[in-house]
Design a protein around this ligand. Structure first.
Ligand SMILES: [Fe+2]
Length: 443
């Protein structure tokens, strides 16, 4: 590893001092230099301080206000000042449509990714598990893992195909984006909107985690219905960055993911040169421990949709392109109730990951950094050990507080990449966890 130690120490210091704007989907504004943000108009004849005005649209100009996303950026040089992009190696990144394997009705589970080679940064360390839809049609999603041990240096990444929901599992990240800096540690999630350029530095020796690349409608907070005006993720717990810019006249590689391929162009300056901005197309971070977990106080338990942090709606009401769901610490108090997640077959497809501890439906084998895929209509639920224990448990109030798991739940089946379907770390014999569920029937 090169200068991992000292650069991560520096990144940690920066992360500790970060300030944020709060709220979800707000029309935020921020300026790193007083007077940099124009008032009363977006594109004055001459922008303040000799800056260039540039709009970044995350939705069509004409989408309804509730879905409309755009930010105005006031920058040292316009993004347009670049040489041609040329194709570069896609590494282990893959994009929908996923056709390397056929969709598999079997339940699949993986151990964590092996440690990466030295000097692997976040972008080089992205490894695609699978996904669905079609990036060129802006439908569906991809599931990626990342494993990194070096900061991105003199290069930035932007994804034209979708927004990136990043879930760190090991090691913290410092995200330097066009709109400012954010940090995300295990237990937090970060979101980089479509098209926003960013660079990832490491707060620790190495970093590992999960990414949902959402090709569809941007994530939004779910409606609350009869829950009322409060509950689940609170809008004010989402944090957006304040403006921070780099004035660096040094070649910087911009890697752009476009319709599944990586393209590269070297700017003669850092494109993270936005001095002020305002708008709704912003990165954000959220601490999942802030999630207000709601459950039954009588019997049974609600469907896991009650744990939805964010949802990407589709054209059909109630049918998400993808939901981000978190299984956070909570009390179980249900009377005459089998309390772990029940056996079920689901028309939606479920990819689960584990950030820390254990998940209450699986006694073993589902480990932090690993993942499971239960595709459309596949039968799953508690393993035998969990079933036996929960069926015999004394039903006193019980705190589940030793784990943090999450799910990317999507309306379409997930097709694995060839590398995921044939991976060394794919657990052969996952079906065995449901073996030995004894026959108890007595007529
Ligand atoms: Fe499930």
């Amino acid at each position: 590893m090169s200068d991992g130690g000292s650069s991560s120490e520096q990144a940690r210091k920066i992360a500790e001092g970060l300030a944020y704007l709060t709220g979800f989907g707000n029309e935020h504004s921020s300026e790193a230099v007083p007077g940099a943000l124009p008032h009363g108009r977006n594109s004055p004849q001459r922008a303040p301080l000799g800056l260039y005005a540039e709009q970044l649209s995350g939705s069509a100009f004409t989408e309804p206000r509730t879905h409309n996303r755009r930010s105005w950026l006031y920058r040292i040089r316009p993004s347009a000042a670049h040489p041609p992009f040329t194709r570069t190696d896609n590494g282990a990144l893959r994009t929908a449509p996923f056709t390397e394997t056929v969709p598999d009705p079997n339940r699949l589970r993986w151990n964590p990714l092996p440690d990466p080679a030295p000097d692997t940064d976040f972008l080089a360390g992205l490894w695609t598990v699978g996904g669905n839809g079609d990036a060129t049609q802006r439908t569906g999603m991809a599931i990626h893992l990342y494993a990194a041990n070096a900061p991105m240096t003199d290069r930035v990444f932007s994804d034209s195909d979708g927004e990136l929901l990043i879930v760190p599992e090991r090691g913290g990240l410092l995200l330097r984006t066009e709109l400012g800096l954010l940090s995300a540690r295990p237990g937090e999630m970060a979101l980089i909107p479509r098209g926003v350029r960013f660079r990832v530095e490491l707060l620790d020796e190495d970093a590992r985690g999960y990414v949902c690349e959402n090709y569809g409608q941007p994530f939004e907070l779910p409606n609350l219905g009869p829950i009322g005006a409060n509950g689940l993720a609170a809008a004010r717990d989402f944090r957006a960055p304040v403006a921070a810019y780099e004035d660096i006249e040094r070649p910087t590689e911009v890697v752009n993911k476009f319709c599944g391929n990586l393209w590269s162009a070297t700017y003669d300056h850092s494109p993270l040169d936005v001095v002020a901005w305002h708008g709704t197309h912003t990165p954000y971070v959220y601490d999942m421990r802030r999630f207000n977990v709601i459950g039954s106080i009588s019997f049974d338990h609600p469907d896991p949709s009650i744990f939805t942090v964010l949802t990407s709606p589709s054209d059909t009401p109630g049918l998400a392109g993808v939901d981000f769901v978190v299984f956070a610490p909570r009390w179980l108090v249900g009377e005459d109730t089998f309390r772990p997640p029940y056996f079920h077959r689901n028309v939606m497809s479920e990819y689960m990951g584990l950030i820390e501890g254990a998940y209450d439906a699986k006694a073993e084998g589902f480990v932090p950094g690993g993942g499971s895929l239960h595709n459309m209509m596949s039968a799953h639920g508690p393993d035998r050990e969990t079933f036996d224990r929960a069926s015999a448990a004394e039903l006193k109030p019980q705190k589940i507080d030793d784990g943090l798991a999450f799910m990317f739940e999507t309306r379409w089946p997930v097709t694995a990449t060839a590398q995921a379907a044939g991976a060394e770390h794919l657990q052969r014999g996952y079906d065995d966890v449901w073996q030995g569920l004894e026959r108890h029937f007595r007529a």
